[in-house]
Design a protein around this ligand. Sequence first.
Ligand SMILES: *Cc1c(COP(=O)(O)O)cnc(C)c1O
Length: 387
Amino acid sequence: MLASLQRELDQRKADGLLRQRRLLDSPQAEHIVANQQPYLSFCSNDYLGLANHPDLIAAMQKAAGDSGVGSGASGLVTGHHRYHDELEQQLARFVELPAALLFSTGYMANIGVLGALVGRGDAIFADKLNHACLNDGGYFSHAEFHRYPHNDVAALEKLLQASTAKHKLIAADAVFSMDGDIAPIPEYLALCEKYDAYLYIDDAHGFGVLGEHGKGSLNHFKIKSPRIIMMATLGKAAGVAGSFVAGEQVVIDYLIQKAKSYVYSTPAPPALSATLSASVKLIEQGDHLRANLQALIQYLKANLKLNKWRLMDSDTTIQPLVVGDNLEALALSEYLQTCGILVPAIRPPTVPVGTARLRISLSATHTMDDMKKLVAAIHQAERELCA
Ligand SMILES: *Cc1c(COP(=O)(O)O)cnc(C)c1O
């Protein structure tokens, strides 16, 4: 087995697909120290710049002082602390849904929720470009798993029409993590009503960024329905770690009984929940941060004028620059790195073959000066690499 693992790694490297980690020696921020070099970073999902916020650092230190550093047992034994409970209530109020449940990561939430809510005889309808953990959730559920072309409402309707499954669940990212575009959520909800289906929305990249006061993608579209269950991660715009699922009380009550990644897993430390309570307040008061993000997005779109590479059509913090070829995407990323700028090259299988790209990710703490540096370096890279 070891020899075959090595062969596969060697092949990945030859194909320009080997993933490598950078060693970070600074807090997550727009300026970081990675592999002992200073960089201007466009790599993180810390969209509001909260991961190193002094209020949150103080909140975590204080909460560790009065609640310790570990949860000690699963939530159903003795691990459900008042800080967890308060955060769940605060999150439910914030996203305007009846109840919420914390999970230790977004990945855990997606595999747990899909695994619990649907099973044999049921069907999941999933966007082809959904995050990997929604696919894994489908696998754990044992439900039929249908994938429809990206954002294709008509194709989805055909699948729903033809389905004889007992329970039907549409599962989609709200904001697509490698494309930055937004799912047609109101159209999906209309299909749910027409075909008696339910809607599971993964708002990993919308929560904190979209909607009034950063309430997320459902608020962005101003939609509400007992047919909707949402999940958002707390390690992206919220700047900390973890995730929550929100929906009808009966859904949350059911998940507490049946979501295995909740039931059989130790919750994140209570101090993390206390930190997140402070983070949700900053998100709610962060309209100035979201306004700055919008200005940065518009600046990038207006000023990047390239011949060969193109920005995908996105109005969110995720601004992918499509290069196409794996090695060329890698070369561009490496070129920017020599200019002191980090932007990750995203290659298959994370994105479809032939669409390797730079995933430029913006944070409210970037400045216009940072944007100017990025735009100038990409223009220079195109002149030099495509000459
Ligand atoms: C990051 C991400 C997740 C996983 O969340 P974690 O908290 O990082 O485990 C799930 N869904 C989407 C769309 C994501 O981008």
